[in-house]
Design a protein around this ligand. Sequence first.
Ligand SMILES: Nc1ncnc2c1ncn2[C@@H]1O[C@H](COP(=O)(O)OP(=O)(O)OP(=O)(O)O)[C@@H](O)[C@H]1O
Ligand SMILES: [Mg+2]
Length: 158
Amino acid sequence: MYTDTMIGTQTMADLIATAHIVEDEEGSPVLSLSRIPEGFSWLGSGSERHAFLGPDGVVYKRTLCEPGAKYSNSREHTNFLTKAHTLPVGVRFAACELYFSGDVDVLAMEWVDGVGEENEETYPEETFYALIQQGWTDIHEYNVGMDGDTLVMIDYAR
Ligand SMILES: Nc1ncnc2c1ncn2[C@@H]1O[C@H](COP(=O)(O)OP(=O)(O)OP(=O)(O)O)[C@@H](O)[C@H]1O
Ligand SMILES: [Mg+2]
């Protein structure tokens, strides 16, 4: 549900920004799921980011993309700000907020129910095609959830 209150806090964003980076065999930074800050739980991972549920009930997303890069959290937040009003009827973005922890961008997002479930039954085919036509080609079931009859996008990369 859209709300006027802030989504997430700087304190939680700081925790998730720094707590789970380790180095791989070549010394490159990787996100480690074995070092999740206390009170957080792992929700899921995509090709670019890990999503954690914070103790405040808010989703925090961490990626190794540089802020501003195509799949960065800050680019997704820009899409949120500029494209929310263009979505087809029956579709909305999950509410979100961008935080910076030093030069790491963290996306805090409303938790959405039903992510990863088959949604074809619950939203009309026209909605799906309208989204594709608008350029939202990455709307598989792990990138959307439902809020009543409304399709809620939790991944605004494009
Ligand atoms: N707001 C949310 N509510 C519930 N679960 C979420 C939410 N955001 C992310 N998740 C979980 O975390 C996973 C990864 O998040 P997200 O889709 O943002 O990552 P990604 O790397 O951008 O994905 P992709 O591979 O589609 O580009 C999701 O598929 C979902 O399982
Ligand atoms: Mg995704």
